[in-house]
Design a protein around this ligand. Structure first.
Ligand SMILES: Cc1ncc(COP(=O)(O)O)c(C=O)c1O
Length: 399
């Protein structure tokens, strides 16, 4: 490290619990309310409306939200064990795992070399008579190519679950992510865009899906009694019916519930989403500008025409070399990095699914050469300058 660059720590994520968040959390505690209630209900509905959907359902993780989305579809459409679901070759393991947890088969499609998202041109070749759904993933804050994916899906009668765990408040052709398929799923886990500790949301315009997902999150309980308020203030006839069904279960469900505390944290952050996303976009522009002279070495994030990016992270792919030395150099100097979501080379799938990395050349390149650094709202210009200076120094040194 050059002596004139003082070492600093630049984390990939941030947490800054505001006074407003503390106030809403205290309100839940003062109301003696932890189970599904007014905070979560407001968070769900405001988040869903902001993303162009009628219904939002909060669970304890993005993975749970994806899992119940697929289970709801499987149950309502009568899909079978062993039916297939298409997943991109670059995503977090949760996207593929939820297919397996639903006793279905994840079928991979390689990703686009520019945006790292499901390559719609390769979709047709992977569709069989058992394909039921596609899970496009909006990676790092950037929307997948939804028009082309939607065309293939409607041609073959396939459903779409958007894995938008990493992308909120971004649009594709003027429409918000999460409203572009049949169900959209988000994560509010640490280092994501909204952060509630643990948490996930499924949003949809299909109320049948919404009711079924809510039930599955609650052990598969009959939807007549989900919140502890559902039997309050009812006329006698209705109350008798609710009492009769309060312990009635219609699906093999899960215990995937979140609490009012996560709801309160989400609600408070939702009030500040525009400032947060603007800061992320400004950070991304600043970093891109600072790294522009290294474009012969680095592929920097690009934005699909007609799309917006919300920059959960700032992905970088080395054009001609492995990432290892650069990543080690950054980490040793305090800049946190993460791999760009390797899937095809994971030990867990080796004997289970027998994916061969050479069949997914773009994923293979990204696994070898792609990583990301933070882009969050609490980074300063000095943090961004530090990242860029280090990267520049690395290439000068290795010239
Ligand atoms: C693309 C993608 N899908 C799903 C998930 C799972 O979200 P969670 O960690 O909330 O279960 C993540 C989480 O990081 C993700 O990046």
């Amino acid at each position: 490290l050059r002596n004139d660059i003082p070492r600093r720590v630049v984390p990939v994520g941030t947490l800054n619990v505001s006074q407003r968040a503390k106030q809403l959390v205290m309100e839940s505690l003062d109301n003696n309310r932890l189970s599904y209630g007014p905070m979560m209900q407001r968070f769900e509905s405001e988040f869903a409306h902001l993303h162009g959907c009628r219904a939002g359902i909060m669970s304890n993780s993005g993975t749970s939200s994806l899992q119940v989305a697929l289970q709801a579809m499987k149950e309502l459409h009568g899909w079978c064990d062993g039916d297939e679901v298409i997943v991109p070759s670059v995503t977090f393991v949760g996207t593929a795992n939820i297919v397996l947890h639903n006793r279905m088969v994840p079928v991979l499609v390689d990703v686009e070399p520019t945006y790292y998202e499901l390559d719609a041109r390769l979709l047709e070749s992977r569709i069989t008579s058992r394909t039921r759904a596609i899970i496009p993933v909006h990676l790092f804050g950037h929307p997948a190519e939804m028009n082309a994916i939607g065309e293939v899906a409607s041609h073959h009668g396939l459903k779409i679950i958007e894995d938008s765990a990493e992308t909120m408040f971004a649009s594709y052709q003027g429409r918000p992510v999460g409203s572009l398929g049949d169900i959209g799923c988000f994560s509010t886990y640490a280092a994501h865009i909204l952060v509630t500790g643990v948490g996930g949301l499924s949003i949809t315009n299909d109320l049948e899906y919404a009711v079924r997902m809510r039930s599955i999150i609650n052990h598969g309980r009959d939807s007549i009694y989900i919140s502890i308020d559902d039997d309050k203030g009812k006329p006698d006839d209705e109350l008798r019916m609710i009492v009769g069904k309060r312990f009635s279960f219609v699906s093999v469900g899960h215990s995937f519930r979140a609490t009012e505390i996560e709801g309160a944290l989400g609600l408070a952050q939702l009030e500040e989403w525009e400032a947060m996303i603007n800061a992320r976009r400004a950070n991304a522009s600043s970093l891109s500008e600072r790294l522009a002279s290294l474009q012969e070495h680095l592929q920097l994030p690009q934005i699909r025409p007609g799309s917006e990016h919300s920059f959960m992270m700032f992905p970088i792919v080395l054009r001609h070399a492995s990432k290892n030395q650069l990543v080690d150099f950054l980490e040793l100097h305090g800049v946190e990095t993460r791999d760009m979501l390797p899937l095809t080379n994971q030990p867990v799938y080796r004997s289970l699914l027998r994916w061969r990395e050479e069949d997914y050349p773009v994923a293979h390149w990204i696994n070898e050469s792609g990583f990301y650094v933070g882009c969050h709202q609490d980074l300063t210009e000095s943090d961004l300058e530090y990242i860029a200076e280090l990267i520049d120094h690395f290439f000068q040194r290795n010239r």
